[in-house]
Design a protein around this ligand. Structure first.
Ligand code: RAM
Length: 873
């Protein structure tokens, strides 16, 4: 009897959504992962959609594609629910069973769907130019009561705010999003979340209540004291609660002038300052029906163009982990020092009991000095939460509208209770799916990798930020530009970054200048007005491409193309005939350890060499993008420009004999990795010189933000893996592992954020949670473990294990668009054994250190080969 094994298909996904409720795409693209016997190839797929008007099956579509295939049906309408499932057929004519279903639901797709208004507490009298009083600035509560019948079929809440919000229905919190709606370019795009609130409603009287707080909208942001009211000085809520009854009738509860505004227990709340909360001011039952809001005030309608309301493309911020104290040290009778054992981002939850009016304070810091919190690196961020008890039974509290970057907390006013039980740190960030893992035989390298993961988590809060602790926390373009490939391996951050890149495009200046950080806020003389900066502005050309490599999503390239083109056109104008970008302000190899601490841009590599290198590299990316988008004329034009700039670069910065005008690691690494050298001989010479320089530097780091991500890959690409390993495994300052001596649990901003003598770097800019220098992790994934995508979306996978550094085994895994890709290699005596996993729909091959190639079937394969080369340290 022939027993043909049938393939199985997992539940499909729509676009890059983790939770496709309230999506903004009317024709979402569909992806799925198949598990099939070795050798199976998809020949066709068929999609079935169940909509209100019945179930529809598409014809079989002859295609091998399974990632982001076009929506096969008429577009979805606003609020439409649709169930999707599919099956696939192989070239062997064997058909799979139907996959499990995916439920998709669109949000409000157009401005006409909005009947809710933006409402804000009534301002009675507003003398021109008068400052708002503290009471007026106090974060308000808003509420409304309504009545419904027993026949609720389903209910949806579409909600956003000027400021931050949390919603309660009948006394119970709606959803678990934190810091919603997140920070976007508010004037252009304000994110709306959709919640299923069916279970919150009941027959008869109901009440909806909202907490509001300053957040990014009107809270103090930025350095040098910062600025408040950057987007406006009035908080507002926009909520549309749509209740569908069993007979199809819809009741809509909108934010409008029938709502009431009152004072809540939050005295003040700021992202940088922390939250002050007086529980004695909690109005009991305020978000339930029957509450007497007679002394609350009316609300005003304020301006908001519904055309600027957008659906999320990525997951919300959430609490993703709770950490209990690793060590609690009493400092005084009622003062505790709590060490959570991990530098993290989020907030502290306390459970306390005591008399009404007693206040417990929580201060935060990333490091200690002399046994106390070291808060100097926070600069003007106060980062202090204060909770005043209402008295009586134990009270549990966590601030609502702030987050801090910390490993240590100092609790003042602590009263009894077991701190190990009653204090917890709650980690917050964009709730992305983890997609990448790495491990090896060297525990220190594993910790380094773990630190990169933690710095990613700490800085991805709806947008990619530079640091979570001090008075900054901005969407710096250069930091994510160098880190995006690493991030896209570790987490599915496509949706979050796609949203941020939209903001970058809308905030790009009329002349094409890309702001240093987005959203752009005043930054003092150095940053405002923004000037075009190499490595930072190039985010618009490089990052969409990096995300495309991970996801295979060409729509992102299309969406960002104009922005990328405007950037390179601007630089072309600045460079003029020479093809060299050698004018204007540049950050260069920012934080080169040889730059003076007060002038981090004054690194040893010629800034204009770096600028011209980036210019050429971005031009090529624009040309490649144009090619994919079928814009052939533009492709040819940018390719030709790129060729000229490469030539100009070589003429200007490459000396006869193969040295460069800046004889630095960054210069050679950039030239190698950005393809700027004329031929193989020049590449080999640059690789040799780079290796010499790394060895001459005693394998300590001699590069900043620009060079650091490129040195190890450039060494690997030119046959100097051993040198790259020595660089990785160096422990003296500056090095990656140096930080571990100081118990680092995240990646630092400066190589010596903590000085060798254990004191905190006195520089103005000393973050302990900055992901840029963590870009080395991508070399761990692609070279140490050897997992690389050779075509976008991991459709073709090359496993290139390069054992070295005394490491005896390494492994990496990535949840790719086709399914799990994995490798684990092990050196035993003189044999290298490699176990690989290739998902259905992808191809895989091993490229051995000795140059041999093994083509792999799908599934898991174990292969061995005599080991070559040195593996000693
Ligand atoms: C610092 C930021 C960021 C960097 C800029 C140039 O203020 O922390 O990391 O991109 O400077």
């Amino acid at each position: 009897m022939s027993l043909k094994q049938t393939p199985t298909v997992a539940a499909p996904t729509a676009e890059h959504h983790r939770e496709p409720l309230g999506i903004g795409e009317s024709s979402p693209r569909i992806s799925w992962k198949t598990t099939a016997p070795v050798g199976w190839t998809q020949q066709a797929y068929q999609i079935e959609a169940t909509r209100a008007d019945g179930t529809h099956r598409t014809d079989w579509v002859d295609s091998r594609d399974s990632v982001l295939v076009p929506w096969p049906l008429p577009p979805l309408a606003s609020r439409e629910r649709c169930k999707i499932r599919l099956r696939v057929r192989g070239v062997d004519q064997v058909t799979s069973d139907w996959s499990p279903s995916l439920q998709i639901e669109t949000g409000l797709l157009g401005p006409a769907d909005w009947t809710a208004h933006a409402i804000s507490p009534h301002e009675a009298y507003e003398p021109q130019g008068a400052e708002h009083s503290a009471a007026e600035r106090r974060p308000p509560l808003l509420r409304k009561e309504f009545s419904i019948g027993a026949d609720v079929e389903r209910a949806r809440l579409y909600v956003t705010a000027h400021g931050l919000y949390e919603i309660e229905l009948n006394g119970r919190r709606v959803g678990d999003h934190a810091l919603a709606p997140g920070w976007t370019s508010y004037h252009h795009r304000l994110r709306v979340h959709t919640h299923d609130v069916t279970d919150h409603l009941r027959a008869g009287a109901n009440a909806i209540g909202a907490w509001l707080a300053d957040g990014w909208y009107r809270g103090r942001l930025g350095f040098g004291g910062g600025h408040a009211d950057l987007y406006g000085d009035r908080l507002a809520l926009i909520a549309q609660l749509e209740i569908v009854h069993r007979d199809g009738i819809v009741t809509v509860i909108n934010t409008d002038t029938t709502w009431r505004a009152g004072q809540g227990p939050i005295v003040s709340s700021g992202l940088l300052d922390g939250e002050i909360y007086d529980a004695r001011d909690e109005p009991p039952g305020w978000s339930s029906p029957g509450f007497d809001d007679g002394d609350w005030s009316p609300v005003d309608i304020v301006e908001r163009d519904p055309a600027t309301l957008v659906a999320p493309t990525g997951p919300p911020v959430r609490c993703t982990q709770e950490i209990t104290p690793a060590l609690v040290t009493p400092l005084d009778t009622d003062r505790l020092l709590v060490d959570f054992g991990q530098n993290l981002v989020g907030r502290v939850r306390i459970t306390v009991a005591g008399p009404a009016g007693h206040t417990v304070g929580i201060r935060h810091a990333e490091v200690l000095q002399n046994g106390e919190l070291c808060v100097r690196p926070l600069r003007d961020a106060v980062s202090t939460d204060r909770y005043t008890l209402k008295g009586g039974a134990p009270e549990t509290w966590e601030p609502r509208f702030t987050i801090h970057g910390f490993r240590y907390a100092e609790i003042t006013g602590w009263r009894g209770g077991d701190p190990y039980r009653d204090i917890a740190a709650r980690v917050h960030h964009t709730d992305m799916a983890r997609t990448g893992w790495f491990a090896c035989s060297d525990e220190q390298v594993n910790r380094l990798h773990e630190n990169v993961v933690w710095s990613l988590r700490g800085n991805f809060v709806g947008l990619p930020t530079d640091c979570p602790q001090r008075d900054e926390r901005l969407g710096w373009t250069g930091d994510i530009q160098v880190f995006a490939p690493t991030a896209a391996f570790l987490y599915d951050c496509h949706g979050m970054l796609a949203s941020w890149l939209r903001d970058v495009a809308v905030e790009q200046h009329a002349d094409g200048t890309v702001p240093w950080y987005v959203p752009e806020i005043p930054g003092g003389e150095q940053w405002t007005p923004a000037r075009p900066g190499a490595g930072w502005g190039d985010v618009v050309a490089l990052t969409p491409w990096d995300l495309y490599q991970a996801s295979g999503d060409t729509a992102l390239l299309a969406a960002q193309y104009e922005s990328a083109r405007r950037w390179v056109d601007l630089i072309t104008e600045l460079a003029g005939e020479s093809g060299l970008w050698n004018r204007g302000y540049q950050l260069g190899d920012w934080l080169d350890p040889f730059a003076p601490p007060h002038d981090p841009g004054a690194g040893r590599t010629d800034r204009h060499l770096i600028a011209t290198a980036y210019y050429a590299w971005s031009l090529r990316h624009v040309a490649w993008t144009a090619d994919i988008l079928g814009r052939e004329d533009e492709r040819d034009r940018y390719e030709e420009l790129a060729r000229r700039v490469r030539q100009a670069f070589a003429d200007e910065y490459l000396l006869p004999g193969g040295r460069m005008t800046s004889d630095t690691q960054t210069a050679y690494a950039v030239a190698l990795q950005f393809g700027l050298l004329p031929d193989a001989a020049a590449r080999a010479a640059a690789g040799r010189r780079l290796a010499e320089l790394v060895e001459a530097g005693g394998h300590t780091i001699q590069t900043g933000f620009i060079g650091t991500p490129l040195v190890a890959p450039a060494l690997s690409a030119t046959g100097h893996d051993d040198t790259a390993y020595a660089l990785l495994l160096q422990q003296e300052c500056p090095s990656w592992l140096y930080a571990l001596k100081h118990d680092a649990t995240t990646i630092w901003e400066r190589w010596d954020s903590m000085l060798p003598d254990g004191t905190v770097n006195p520089g103005e800019m000393t973050s302990f949670n900055h992901y840029a220098l963590g870009a080395i992790a991508q070399w761990l994934h692609t070279a140490v473990a050897g997992l690389t995508a050779s075509t976008p979306g991991y459709r073709d996978i090359a496993f290139r294990p390069r054992p070295g550094g005394g490491i005896t085994w390494a492994s990496a895994a990535h949840e790719s668009p086709y399914g799990r890709v994995a490798i684990r290699w092990e050196l035993q005596e003189s044999e290298l054994t490699v176990a690989t996993t290739v998902p259905t729909g992808a191809t895989g091959r091993i490229e051995w250190p000795d140059g041999g190639v093994t083509d792999l079937p799908t599934g898991t394969t174990i292969t061995s080969r005599p080991a070559v080369g040195s593996t000693s340290r």
